[in-house]
Design a protein around this ligand. Structure first.
Ligand SMILES: Cc1cc2nc3c(=O)[nH]c(=O)nc-3n(C[C@H](O)[C@H](O)[C@H](O)COP(=O)(O)OP(=O)(O)OC[C@H]3O[C@@H](n4cnc5c(N)ncnc54)[C@H](O)[C@@H]3O)c2cc1C
Length: 281
């Protein structure tokens, strides 16, 4: 339970962190909720650790003309309780409030969670449904990527070596939108066995926009585009969830078989969509 020796740096600016991240075998440290256990178990043994915790502004939440920018170092607790996020992107606040326990929510960060890309992390379902954009910087580049393209496999993202997540950008939900995050928590860890985020916009009782994000079912979070199409074409919730994740291989472990996970996903997707519709009305 003792990590390999490593060099520790705590840069005071993002530019300094980007420079350090571009050289050698370094790991970024945010809340340490995932990285420190991995290092103690020696599943990760970086030569150096770059602590992002002293960089001013990396935990800011700001409204930039209707786009909410959430700094990568914002804790889950801050996401859950921020008046701006609760008011403008309540789906994200609702999701953050269901992560782990209060200690995890006080230490863990948005950037650390999505960079770690646990197949059962909560945020990815909401970020995919919200069509969030992730802002990445390296010493040589500055780019954005949509959440649906960011999560590419278990513990694997589209980040390139040397890149740091600076913030996550989410458009404010429309007043007539309804939302819901439904999760089946694993009794031991609290991680979702499956989690489904639904976002619905209705006009005169007709669904004009449906967005569904799923986590826990497969190797990485995904958007249920076929199910969204069914709802937007006036189909029933039952018909929509019947096609949710139909071509995607589901995870299987001692807690839940692939077949059971898919079943749970569809049951909880129906609940999330039903609740989102009632909130949209
Ligand atoms: C007991 C327990 C229960 C939990 N339950 C849940 C749960 O129910 N749902 C859930 O979703 N999660 C859960 N978690 C995980 C938790 O959400 C962590 O916050 C998250 O996995 C990692 O965030 P962190 O800030 O601690 O990152 P760290 O552990 O510091 O870093 C994780 C990884 O991200 C990288 N990284 C960190 N910041 C950045 C950045 N800005 N740019 C690029 N890379 C970066 C690091 O280098 C490292 O590889 C749980 C954790 C614990 C310990």
């Amino acid at each position: 339970m003792i990590p390999n020796p490593f060099e520790y740096t705590a840069p005071a600016t993002l530019d300094e962190a980007l420079k350090l991240a571009s050289s050698g075998d370094a790991k970024l440290l945010a809340g340490g909720m995932s990285l420190i256990p991995l290092m103690k178990l020696r599943l990760a043994a970086p030569e150096s650790v770059i602590d992002l915790g002293r960089i001013p502004g990396m935990n800011q939440i700001a409204d930039a003309a209707g786009i909410i920018k959430i700094g990568a170092m914002t804790t889950h607790h801050a996401v859950e309780t921020s008046p701006l996020i609760r008011g403008k992107i309540p789906l994200l606040a609702e999701t953050a409030g269901q992560i782990g326990d209060i200690q995890v929510r006080n230490m863990g960060t948005l950037g650390g969670s999505i960079a770690h890309a646990d197949p059962a992390a909560d945020y990815p379902a909401a970020l995919v449904a919200l069509e969030a954009v992730i802002h990445l910087r390296s010493a040589k580049s500055d780019r954005t990527i949509e959440a649906a393209d960011f999560f590419i496999d278990a513990f694997t993202t589209a980040m390139q070596p040397g890149e740091i997540i600076v913030d996550v950008q989410v458009g404010a939900e429309k007043p007539s939108e309804g939302y819901r995050y439904e999760k089946v928590p694993h009794p031991a860890s609290g991680f979702p066995v499956v989690g489904v985020a639904a976002r619905i916009h209705q006009v005169a009782g007709k669904i004009t926009l449906a967005r569904i994000g799923v986590t826990g079912m497969a190797s990485h979070a995904f958007r249920g585009r076929k199910a969204e199409d069914v709802l937007e074409a006036g189909g029933s919730i039952a018909d929509a969830v019947a096609v949710l994740g139909e071509c995607i291989e589901a995870n299987s472990d001692i807690y839940a078989s692939a077949e059971y996970r898919k079943h749970l996903t569809r049951v909880h997707a129906a609940r999330a969509i039903t609740a989102a519709i009632s909130r949209a009305s």
